[in-house]
Design a protein around this ligand. Structure first.
Ligand SMILES: [Zn+2]
Length: 177
């Protein structure tokens, strides 16, 4: 994981706040865990319509819990050529704040290999956290800060039923981690 560089303009305060917020409230009723298992089964069946349906349920449950508007979801077979995410490490999804639409894709662009369930669920949680940044936290932008990655990981481990991992950060050039 690599964070974005802090902006130098008026958005800097929001960036620093995003960096500071390392966790988020989690639903503890097991609903996300159950629906994540259905995503796994739907992926094994290999039908994008089925995967879309359960992803949509997952997002509805999460949006209800966080009291944010529902976001749309499209599940694509392969990665489109043009993607909004500018991070080279994020190969499996994007989020458009204007339309509140998440797109995730089930196969890599070049080798057409099916995405693993873990990567797919992690992408879904990552893109949903972009939605939360705008709709719940009220940030003017959704940066990849240390806090952002921690929040996305917290949601992922809740949905996956795995113990949260501690992330270690090492500073690199340009104020990034
Ligand atoms: Zn992102």
């Amino acid at each position: 994981m690599l964070t974005d560089a802090p902006p130098r303009n008026s958005k800097r305060a929001g960036f620093l706040e995003s960096d500071r917020i390392k966790t988020l409230d989690l639903p503890n009723d097991g609903r996300l865990l159950a629906i994540a298992k259905s995503i796994d089964s739907a992926m094994k069946a290999g039908q994008s319509a089925g995967v879309r349906r359960v992803c949509s349920e997952f997002l509805d449950i999460a949006s209800e819990f966080y009291k944010v508007p529902d976001c749309g979801i499209r599940v694509l077979a392969a990665r489109p050529l043009r993607v909004r995410e500018y991070m080279a490490t994020e190969l499996f999804g994007d989020y458009a704040p204007e339309t509140m639409l998440i797109r995730v894709w089930m196969r890599t662009a070049l080798r057409k290999e099916i995405t693993s369930f873990g990567t797919f669920l992690s992408t879904l949680c990552h893109e949903f956290c972009h939605h939360l940044d705008f709709q719940q936290l009220g940030f003017p932008d959704s940066w990849h800060t240390r806090g952002f990655y921690e929040r996305a990981a917290t949601l992922y481990h809740c949905a996956r039923g795995t113990p949260p991992k501690h992330l270690y950060w090492v500073p690199v050039a340009g104020g990034r981690w």
